[in-house]
Every structure is written in C-alpha cells, then in structure tokens.
Design a protein around this ligand. Structure first.
Ligand SMILES: Nc1nc2c([nH]c(=O)n2[C@@H]2O[C@H](COP(=O)(O)OP(=O)(O)OP(=O)(O)O)[C@@H](O)[C@H]2O)c(=O)[nH]1
Length: 130
C-alpha cells in the first residue's frame, strides 16, 4: 500500500494545475496532480506542503488544504491510496523545480491530458464540484 497525497491547485479563473511526469520516472509523460509519497510519521497535509515547496516552490498551509476526494487503485506492483485535496490559496508562483511541464487546465478540458489510471475516476468529480 503506497500512500500519496495530491492536490488540485485551483487558480482565480477556476483552472487546475497539472504537472507532467518527467522522463525517467514511472508513467513518464502522463499528467498528474502535484504531490508525492507520504513519508513515515508524516501527515498527508505535511507531505503536500513539503512536496509543493520541493516541486513547485510555493508555500501553503494546512488550513488551505480542503479534502476533496480520493483515489484507490491497484497498479501491477502496488496499491495506490491517494487522498486528493483542493487548494485555492498559496504563496508564490508555481514554477517547475524538477524539469516537469506544468499546465493550467479548465475542468472541462481535463480529459485532453492523459492521466494515470488511478486519476480517471477523479475527473468527473472535479468537474461536477467546480
Ligand atoms: N503526485 C501524484 N502521483 C500520482 C498521481 N496519480 C498516480 O497514480 N500517482 C502515482 O503515485 C506515485 C507518486 O509518488 P511520487 O511522485 O512520490 O513517486 P516518484 O515519481 O518520485 O517515484 P516513482 O518513480 O517510484 O513512482 C507514483 O507512482 C505516481 O505514478 C497523481 O495524480 N499525482
């Protein structure tokens, strides 16, 4: 069981930030929500705050992370459990720190970006919520 915290960052126009997994990583080229593995002893919120600083050089805080949904998906080699938070408030401008491409995407356009299979059930939920 791998616990990964992920976030839908939503800008003032209601667009969602997706990041493309870089070459060399598993599922390279697919678009995903920013986030990453929760380390031992860490809360999902703390993991996200850390990952957002590392991956995008932005700061947010726990009170700005609202639980939105979750993904539970059996990959061939692990089971992914991924809480998805929504966040509308952060400090700084998201800039790729690890060579990943970023895209601000309208909810109705999410299907144009190829995402990992675990993420697919999240798309209609986000579309109806936004
Ligand atoms: N951040 C993020 N990870 C996701 C999403 N959907 C999804 O299946 N994952 C999977 O959850 C794991 C995220 O862990 P990570 O980002 O810390 O992993 P990593 O690329 O550094 O390591 P890895 O190459 O071993 O997978 C990856 O296996 C990734 O493919 C998503 O929307 N956001």
């Amino acid at each position: 069981m791998v616990l990964v915290a992920a976030v839908a960052l939503i800008d003032t126009d209601g667009r969602i930030l997706l990041a493309q997994r870089p070459e060399g990583k598993s599922m390279a080229g697919l678009w995903e929500f920013p986030g990453g593995k929760v380390e031992p002893g860490e809360s999902p919120e703390a993991a996200l705050i850390r990952e957002l600083a590392e991956e995008l050089a932005i700061d947010t805080e726990q009170s700005c992370l609202a639980p939105l949904s979750f993904a539970s998906h059996a990959y061939a080699d692990f089971h992914l459990l991924m809480p998805l938070f929504a966040c509308r408030r952060w400090h700084g401008i998201p800039r790729p720190q690890e060579g990943q491409r970023l895209a601000w995407v309208r909810a109705q356009d999410l299907r144009r970006y190829e995402m990992p299979p675990a993420d697919l059930p999240l798309i209609p939920m986000i579309q109806s919520w936004l």
